[in-house]
Design a protein around this ligand. Structure first.
Ligand code: FAD
Length: 525
């Protein structure tokens, strides 16, 4: 290893030279011997250090004696029922892709786990070989937190079974199931589980972060309907967490993300919802300020059975949208009424009376159809950049700023949503789950989206500018599932007083922070 000079070799050259495990360190192993002023981390031996972006920001490539050789990898592969994908495999480039096309990470290995036994094996392998490990549910996370560079991805996609139990009104979903799988299985029995608004999203990440959607006002967040989880912990142990078993862990997973282990099964309470009266209503952008003020006052007083999230959007140029609205920037509300259908027209009468919408697609709709209504507009692989905040009060001062930035939507797919989080969700105590913004009224999210990577800056800048203008009117933290990687302070702001309790649970179940590719909660000291 001492045969090459790292300062003369490019980072990719170093990677090519080393046969063992590569790591990119945030601190310098050669402190004092190179330009980098950082501290020496604990490691067994080193290949070198290469200053990539000048003195202030070195990229450090280390090499540990604990090598991953072909035999070790082959043994790992043969112990899995699922598949192990290596960088040299033809499937590798497809397997490492996540929903957000902006994310381009290159793991060493991807373990497509077929069952719990595979997950246990993968966790132990990752731990024994000191690999960075990420957990993949549906791969939808905007920050790409299900995939890592130079480490092991534990992909749960094959563990996607769903069992609906009509007698007990529960739904059991595998750790890698998608919401479409749940909607499909539950609907057959006239049941629904509160989820998000796109059916290709993973049950895993959405649930562990909280879960906001069409049923939030009626049934609470997804975590408010979680009854138990099965998990593989950092030390490889398999446990169940519920109100009765490991209650501290059960508290933590209801909002604390993938920090505590790999969830292999989720048991949910389901609700008797089969057909809702739902869909989008759109109004002209010129009316946006008036609609926003009216919406603010209306939704807070509406029955819990009526949910409606506000949106700025561009009408897609195709069926079923009328031609005269194609490509028009508009404001709207996507409604979902889950009360008796015979009452629906009466509930919607004041809405339609307030201002006749330019488009009214609201009517009776099977719940899974509502859940997947927007899937075709947002296929995998688009570029996504998110910014978010919780909002307690949609003030008269904030509304003109919303209108200003909403009118500047940079691309057809870009959007801003205000999701109500009041109703049933606000009846849960702030400390009952880590999700502590129970007194906020909305989760706001500005999402720049476009198929073209060349528009990355354009969509990101729009989202950042919009967020910067509105952040002073926000409650402080943001919904963890609507955030990019924004640093520890934002994570702390999101959990507020619950952060320290989360850190203590983290210390108990994952003291070495083995699961850190997530919105990370550091183990308490
Ligand atoms: C188009 C789109 C629409 C969305 N709409 C909504 C919405 O309506 N409501 C809402 O609340 N959110 C919504 N989200 C946000 C969504 O909740 C997050 O992106 C979430 O992280 C996705 O979960 P996933 O399993 O697909 O993600 P992944 O990218 O697979 O994982 C995200 C994080 O969760 C962890 N994780 C996933 N599964 C497990 C598991 N089984 N065990 C342990 N850790 C796990 C991962 O390690 C990672 O840290 C939306 C996202 C997108 C892209």
């Amino acid at each position: 290893m001492s045969a090459f000079d790292p300062k003369r070799t490019s980072p990719s050259g170093i990677v090519a030279l080393l046969v063992g495990r590569m790591r990119r360190w945030s601190s310098c192993p050669l402190s004092g011997q190179c330009c980098c002023p950082m501290q020496r981390p604990k490691a067994k031996s080193w290949a070198g250090c290469y200053p990539v972006r000048g003195q202030a920001e070195c990229a450090i490539f280390g090499y540990e004696e604990n090598m991953l050789n072909e035999t070790t990898i082959a043994t790992f592969k043969s112990s899995l029922r699922g598949e192990l994908i290596k960088q040299s495999d033809t499937r590798y480039d497809t397997a490492r892709k996540v929903y957000n096309g902006m994310i381009d990470r290159r793991p060493l290995l991807i373990a497509n786990c077929a069952d719990v036994a595979d997950v246990i094996t993968a966790v132990k392998f990752g731990r024994d070989h000191k690999l960075v490990v990420s957990i993949r549910g549906g791969g939808h996370n905007a920050a790409g937190l299900s995939v890592c560079d130079d480490g092991l991805v534990i992909d749960l996609g094959r563990i996607n079974y769903v069992h609906a139990d009509p007698k007990n009104r529960t739904v059991l979903a595998g750790g890698g199931a998608l919401w479409g799988d749940v909607d499909h299985a539950a609907h057959a029995f006239g049941l629904a589980v509160p989820a998000g608004i796109i059916s290709t999203t993973g049950v895993g990440g959405l649930t562990l972060g909280g879960g906001i959607g069409h049923l939030t006002r009626q049934c609470g967040l997804t975590v408010d309907n979680l009854l138990s989880v099965d998990m593989v912990l950092a030390d490889g142990r398999f446990v169940t967490a519920s109100a009765k078993e490991n209650p501290d862990l059960f508290w933590a997973v209801r909002g604390g993300g993938g920090n505590f282990g790999v969830v292999t099964a989720f048991l949910f309470k389901a609700h008797p919802i089969h057909t809702s009266y739902a869909g989008p209503m759109l109004w002209s952008m010129e009316d946006a300020a008036e609609i926003l003020r009216w919406y603010r006052d209306f939704i807070g007083k509406a029955p819990n059975a009526l949910n409606g999230f506000f949106a700025f959007l561009t009408v897609p140029p195709g069926a079923p949208f009328p031609t005269h609205l194609h490509n028009k920037k508009m404001c709207g509300v996507v409604w979902c009424y889950t009360g008796p259908l015979k009452n629906a027209k009466r509930v919607f009468a004041p809405i339609r009376k307030f201002k006749a919408p330019a488009l009214d697609f609201v009517g009776p709709i099977p719940h899974p159809v509502l859940q997947s209504m927007f899937d075709p507009i947002f296929p995998p692989g688009l570029q996504w950049y998110w910014k978010a905040d919780f909002v307690r009060d949609l003030s008269d001062e904030a509304i003109p700023l919303h209108v200003k930035h909403g009118a500047l939507l940079p691309t057809m797919h870009s959007t801003m949503h205000l999701y109500p989080i009041d109703g049933k969700a606000s009846t849960i105590k702030k400390t009952a789950t880590p999700w502590c913004y129970r007194d906020a009224k909305w989760a706001a999210v500005m999402v720049g989206v476009d198929p073209d990577p060349a528009n990355k800056e354009k969509i990101s800048n729009w989202a950042k500018d919009y967020w910067t203008a509105l952040h002073p009117y926000s409650a402080g933290g943001a919904y963890i599932n609507f955030m990019m990687e924004e640093g520890d302070e934002r994570i702390r702001a999101t959990y507020g007083k619950n952060y320290d309790r989360l850190a203590k649970v983290k210390k108990r179940y994952d003291p070495t922070n083995f699961f850190h590719v997530n919105q990370n909660i550091k183990p308490a000291k």
